[in-house]
Design a protein around this ligand. Structure first.
Ligand code: PGA
Ligand code: ZN
Length: 418
C-alpha cells in the first residue's frame, strides 16, 4: 500500500505565467501532487533550476527536459520505495543527481517529487500535512510577514528596497493577525488612491505604486498603521527585505538612494531608518558574500531581526558559516533553494538549535500549492513570508493557516517573536 508505483510530472504554470513542474506520486489506489515555485532575485548559491534554456518555444523557460527526467529516470529509481521513508527517497534523488547544486536533474524536478512524497505519506497515514514534520504536539501558528509594498525585482516602479512588510506583533491568534493586516492594507490602499497613484500590485501581491523613494513607501505604511488604530513598532511592526545582492557594486551599496555608499555609511543609514520607522526586521541587508558587512551590522544594532536569505540559501554549510561569523539571528527558508524536504528540515532543525528564528517563505513565482503553510506550523517556525492579501497564490497559504488554526481549536497558539 505504501510503495511508490510511479511518479508522473507535467508542465503547469506559476503565478508569473512561467512554466513550472507539477509532480504526482502514485501508490496503489491513491496519489498526491506538488508544484515547485520559482524565484526572481535568486542567490548565486541556490540549487540549480532546470529549464530548457536553449528551446525557444517558451523563450527558454519550459521545463520539458526536467519532466522527462522525472518520468523516466526518477520514477524508475523510486519505484517500490516506501513513501514513509522521506530521507531515503530524497537521498536516492540526491545521489542520482550527484552534483552539489543539483545541476543534472535540477532542484525543481527533485523538489516537486520530494514534496509530493511528503504529501502522499501524510495522506496515507490519514494525518494533516502539518503533523508530518518536526513538531508532534503543541502546534504554533507563525506570524505573517505581509509584503504590502513591492519594489526591486518584483515591480517596475524603481523602488530600491524589494519588500516592505508588516508584522502584526500584537495578534493573539492567526485570525487576529489576518484582521490586523487586512485593516492596514485597506487603509494603505485608500492612501495610495488619495495620492492618485495606482493600486495595482506586484509579483507578491503588495502594492507597486510608482514611487521610487524608500522613505515615501515607509511614510505611507506608517500612516496606514496609524489610520488603522495601531501603534507602529508595538501592535504592528515594519519589516524589510532589501535583497541587497541586486544593489551591490564594487563593495558599495545603492540601497538608500541611487548613490553607492560604503558599508559603514550604509549601516548608518540603516540605523537612522530603524530608529525613525521602528523597523523590527531586515532581510538581506548586504550581499551574499559580504560576510564582514553582515557582522558589522549585527554588532551595531540591537533588538532587530536580521534575516539571511540569499546569504544562506537554505544551505546547512552556509548557515554554519554565518553562525560562526555572527552574521544574522534569523534564516529565511525556501525549499527550492536547496531542493529536498529532508535537507530543508535539517537546516530548520540546526537553525533552531543555535537559536535562530526560522521564517518559512514563498517565492515570487509561486502557485496554488500550500505546502509551506503546513511546513511553518509543523516546524514551529516563528514567521511565514507569503506575500500580501492579494493574488490567490499568496492568499491560499494564509487561508490554509486559517484552516489549521480552526482545526487546532482551543489548542492553537501563536508562536513567539521576541
Ligand atoms: P524571490 O524573492 O522569490 O524572487 O527570490 C523573494 C525573496 O527575496 O525573499
Ligand atoms: Zn529575500
Amino acid at each position: 500500500m505504501s510503495k511508490i508505483i510511479k511518479v508522473k510530472a507535467r508542465q503547469v504554470f506559476d503565478s508569473r505565467g512561467n512554466p513550472t513542474i507539477e509532480a504526482e506520486v502514485f501508490i496503489k489506489n491513491d496519489s498526491a501532487k506538488a508544484i515547485c515555485p520559482s524565484g526572481a532575485s535568486t542567490g548565486t548559491y541556490e540549487a540549480f533550476e532546470k529549464r530548457d534554456y536553449k528551446n525557444k518555444k517558451y523563450f527558454g523557460k519550459s521545463v520539458l527536459g526536467a519532466i522527462k527526467l522525472i518520468n523516466l529516470k526518477i520514477s524508475k529509481k523510486l519505484k517500490g520505495e516506501s513513501i514513509h521513508n522521506q530521507e531515503k527517497i530524497d537521498s536516492i534523488m540526491i545521489n542520482l543527481d550527484g552534483t552539489r547544486q543539483k545541476m543534472k536533474l535540477g532542484a525543481n524536478s527533485i523538489l516537486a517529487v520530494s514534496m509530493a512524497v511528503k504529501k502522499i505519506s501524510a495522506k496515507q497515514k490519514k494525518i494533516p500535512l502539518y503533523k508530518s514534520f518536526l513538531v508532534k504536539k503543541n502546534f504554533k501558528l507563525p506570524y505573517p510577514l505581509m509584503n504590502i509594498i513591492n519594489g526591486g525585482a518584483h515591480a517596475n516602479n524603481g523602488l530600491r528596497i524589494q519588500e516592505f512588510m508588516i508584522r502584526p506583533d500584537s495578534a493573539k491568534s492567526f485570525t487576529d493577525a489576518m484582521r490586523i493586516c487586512f485593516l492596514v492594507i485597506k487603509n494603505l490602499s485608500k492612501l495610495i488612491k488619495n495620492k492618485r497613484l495606482s493600486t495595482s500590485v506586484g509579483d507578491e501581491g503588495g502594492f507597486a505604486p510608482m514611487i521610487s523613494n524608500n522613505k515615501q513607501a515607509l511614510e505611507l505604511i506608517v500612516l496606514a498603521i496609524k489610520k488603522s488604530g495601531f501603534i507602529n513598532g508595538k501592535d504592528v511592526s515594519i519589516c524589510l527585505d532589501v535583497a541587497a545582492n541586486e544593489l551591490f557594486k564594487k563593495n558599495k551599496y545603492s540601497i538608500h538612494s541611487k548613490n553607492f555608499l560604503s558599508v559603514d555609511k550604509t549601516i548608518n543609514e540603516y540605523k537612522k531608518m530603524i530608529r525613525k520607522y521602528k523597523i523590527k526586521s531586515i532581510e538581506d541587508p548586504f550581499a551574499e558574500n559580504d560576510w564582514i558587512a553582515w557582522n558589522k551590522l549585527m554588532k551595531s544594532v540591537n533588538k532587530v531581526q536580521i534575516v539571511g536569505d540569499d546569504l544562506y540559501v537554505t544551505n546547512l554549510e552556509r548557515l554554519k558559516k554565518g553562525f560562526l561569523n555572527i552574521s544574522s539571528n534569523a534564516i529565511l527558508i525556501k525549499l527550492n533553494q536547496i531542493g529536498t524536504v529532508s535537507e530543508t528540515l535539517e537546516v530548520i532543525k540546526f537553525a533552531q538549535i543555535i537559536g535562530f528564528k526560522t521564517v518559512i517563505s514563498h517565492r515570487s513565482g509561486d502557485s496554488e500549492d500550500t505546502f509551506i503553510a503546513d511546513l511553518a506550523v509543523g516546524t514551529n517556525s516563528n514567521q511565514i513570508k507569503t506575500g500580501s492579501l492579494a493574488r490567490s497564490e499568496r492568499v491560499a497559504k494564509y487561508n490554509q493557516l486559517l484552516r489549521i488554526e480552526e482545526e487546532l481549536g482551543k489548542k492553537a497558539r501563536m508562536n513567539k517573536i521576541h
